[in-house]
Design a protein. Structure first.
Length: 382
């Protein structure tokens, strides 16, 4: 009798283990299906791009993301062709996996930077900052590299597709750094159902695997995350910069304030700090001096624009979190500790798989009602 009960319990345990294993396999297969197109265009194990963050997305973090199965992207920012060449070479020394280079379309030496990427056989070039010209697009395509571009609206995205881009990135206003006016969720609804000709990657405010899965199920080929990687152990960001992220909540990452539409401010999302308050006061002062005739409109505008010069480097590299710029997305609320890059990626994937596995389990235990229960009995219908 005792042996029979024990055998039954063992059998039940084995059955549950097999069911869990089956659920994990089905979940993994579903995730592979959802981001297969993204993985293919990136050449990576995971369709997760690292957002290009100036001073942060350099050789160490980029290589760490790629080595862990994601897709790292170098932020070239205002680098000269010589500096970019060194950075690409240093990254290649740390990883044999694919990675990309983010170039700013307004850079005065854009074509020379593209030539550097071509000479060093960079497989992917990500263009940001506006609509690229035909010369830049042609130069990249001629090198054999794949071209990714940011699109702030559906019409813009379609124009980029006609120009020959290989993939689109849509980034909502929840992102850190320079932002547009539309949220990630709205952009995804605007673009994903209507643009299937090229892979589309979604960015802005993504901090957990559940959100990543939601966008994949809406039709995204993959996602891009920046803020979550700032506090990676491999990130060279100053410890004070990282601690500011770890302490911050989503609502601490605010867009820059513009006091007067005649003196435009480029919208940037960053953690509020004393410099944020000083920037508002400085705008007010510059506008008042213009009103009194002490400054021309151009001079006042330049004062406003120059306030943040060098501020990002001061924060990221020097650790000056009082007067530096703490560019961060609203997903900063999900940054709770310093983690290895591989652990961050694994966490995102596990969270997505957890949702899929729960669905599998729910479906398996769902009660299938007989037709009589669904439609009602003959007596009930009369």
């Amino acid at each position: 009798m005792t042996e029979s009960v024990g055998a039954t319990r063992l059998s039940g345990g084995e059955g549950r283990t097999k069911e869990r294993d089956a659920g994990r396999k089905q979940s993994s297969a579903r995730l592979e299906q959802l981001w297969a197109r993204g993985r293919d265009v990136l050449g990576s194990d995971l369709a997760i791009m690292g957002g290009a963050m100036t001073w942060v997305s350099e050789r160490n973090l980029v290589a760490a993301i790629s080595n862990a199965g994601g897709f790292g992207v170098i932020a070239s920012g205002s680098m000269s062709p010589e500096l970019l060449s060194v950075e690409i070479g240093a990254t290649k020394a740390l990883t044999a996996r694919p990675f990309g280079v983010n170039l700013i379309t307004l850079h005065p030496q854009l074509l020379e930077l593209i030539d550097v990427c071509a000479a060093l056989r960079v497989s992917h070039v990500v263009l940001a900052g506006g609509l690229p010209n035909g010369a830049a697009m042609g130069r990249i395509k001629q090198s054999g590299a794949r071209v990714f571009c940011f699109a702030p609206a559906l019409g813009f995205a379609r124009k980029l597709v006609r120009m020959g881009v290989d993939a689109i990135v849509i980034e909502g206003s929840e992102a850190g750094g320079h932002i547009g006016p539309v949220s990630t969720g709205v952009l995804a609804q605007e673009i994903l159902p209507h643009l299937q000709s090229v892979p589309v990657f979604v960015a802005g405010g993504i901090g957990r695997g559940e959100a990543m899965l939601a966008y994949l199920e809406m039709g995204a080929a993959g996602v891009q995350l920046g803020t979550r990687f700032v506090c990676a152990r491999e990130s060279i960001a100053h410890s004070r910069f990282k601690q500011a992220f770890i302490r911050a909540a989503a609502r601490d990452a605010v867009a820059s304030v513009q006091l007067d539409p005649h003196f435009p401010v480029i919208p940037v999302r960053a953690l509020a700090n004393p410099a944020t308050e000083r920037f508002v006061a400085m705008q007010r002062q510059a506008i008042s001096r213009f009103a009194r005739g002490e400054l021309s409109q151009k001079e006042a505008q330049l004062e406003i624009e120059h306030f943040w010069a060098g501020a990002l480097r001061r924060a990221v590299i020097d650790g000056d979190i009082e007067s530096g710029s703490l560019m961060a997305g609203q997903s900063v609320g999900f940054v709770t500790r310093e983690q290895a890059t591989a652990e961050i990626l694994e966490e995102l994937v596990d969270q997505a798989l957890g949702v899929l596995a729960a669905r599998f389990e729910s479906t398996r235990h769902a009660t299938v009602l007989p037709p009589q229960r669904l439609l009602g009995s003959q007596d009930a219908r009369g």
